[in-house]
Design a protein around this ligand. Sequence first.
Ligand code: HAM
Length: 432
Amino acid sequence: MKDIPQQPKGTRDFYPVDMRVQNHIFTVWRKAALKFGYEEYEGPSFEHLELYTGKSGEEIVSQLYNFTDKGGRNLALRPEMTPTLARLVIQKGGELKKPFKWFSIPRLFRYERAQKGRLREFFQLNLDIIGTESIGAEADLLASIANMLFDFGLTDDDFSIGVSSRKLLAAFLEELNAPDKNAIYPLLDRRLKMANGEFETALLSAGLNEEQAKKLNYFMGCVSLEEVKNLTAPAQNASTAPSESSVAIRELEELFSLLTDSGFANCVKLDLSVVRGLAYYTGIVFEVFDKNKSMRAIAGGGRYDNLTEILGGQKVAGVGFGMGDVVLADLLREKNLLPQSRADLPIYLTSFNSNMNLLFKTAAEFRKAGVACSHPLAPAKFGKQLEQANSCGAKAVVFADGEKSQNGIFEYKILASGEQGIGTLEDILRLL
Ligand code: HAM
């Protein structure tokens, strides 16, 4: 025992007892995505390293598992799905009828410090809409998030979707005459983690003057679009086109209005502190947190209208999100919303005389009729067979060679109630 290699850091084993819970998450995810009309796709779990380097922002690239294969190719285990999706879109070009809504549940790998809510291998539901610049896409995605979290049994008291806009942020920094936006974004991302005053000091170091730093800090604290409007350029001067900031504000207003009419107003709020680490976002960005923000983000995403172009293809608009399984499962566990993990099998076949041929023959007939069943694989005492039936989670034991079993009629015992009788397979199934 002591000589076997340890499980790699940040990975999980899924024994059947864990896999049943995991499958519950996958099932709810998949059903919710299908309910909103998203179609499933997949890609390889490793890609050419080049697909990620320099394209996704420093955060992901520093967290890659990369390697050189025997042919000398530089490859990386996928840390996220979005670059693969962009590659798929570029490859098919005009063949794909746009807009389209796709989903995937990839297994992802990130070389990061394993901690609560963050692992080195995890699953992530991805929903993306490709080929439309309409804010209706963001509304569809956010509605689907709220809907699927409700399907897990959560309520709007348990989670909140914080929405912001990279476009609004960029426009405001422009209006402020901020010198180096790229130095400022990471500070905005960390603002809430900084002590009082620390944020403004950091802004000064990033090249803002005191007035700019004050204004930016004030702006970041806005909780309504009305407040934001008071700080940004007016929608329109007599002679010029609408200001960039007013266009971004209008988008946010439209999004909130669509979500209000979809019945999800209580789940979403303006949260300018949502900046997102990935560099490819261009418009609306959002993150989902548990209500107390005591955990890491459950999901995050946004609009990325330039990604296919950055990767060398035609410009195609995209927007989407990723929801990881780890934080979600932590929250569901805390709220007691994970199902009891119990093995589940309709029928376990037994034989008083350990008649193996009869067991295999009857099992084949049951399975042909579409009924799942299992049976001993070697002769065993009858008590042992019943133990097996219990540990398989069988609902009924069917005695293949019961005295009264003949021509499609079987003796059976329903394990939960102890009820015994004789009947056809259909009769038995009706009792389960
Ligand atoms: P992300 O913010 O890197 O976005 O990840 C989204 C979610 O995946 C996080 O909120 C978290 O729940 C989960 N997650 C991320 N890293 C880990 C980890 N190491 N362990 C466990 N869970 C993790 C993206 O990945 C974007 N590609 C999402 C997207 C799709 N944007 C547009 N389309």
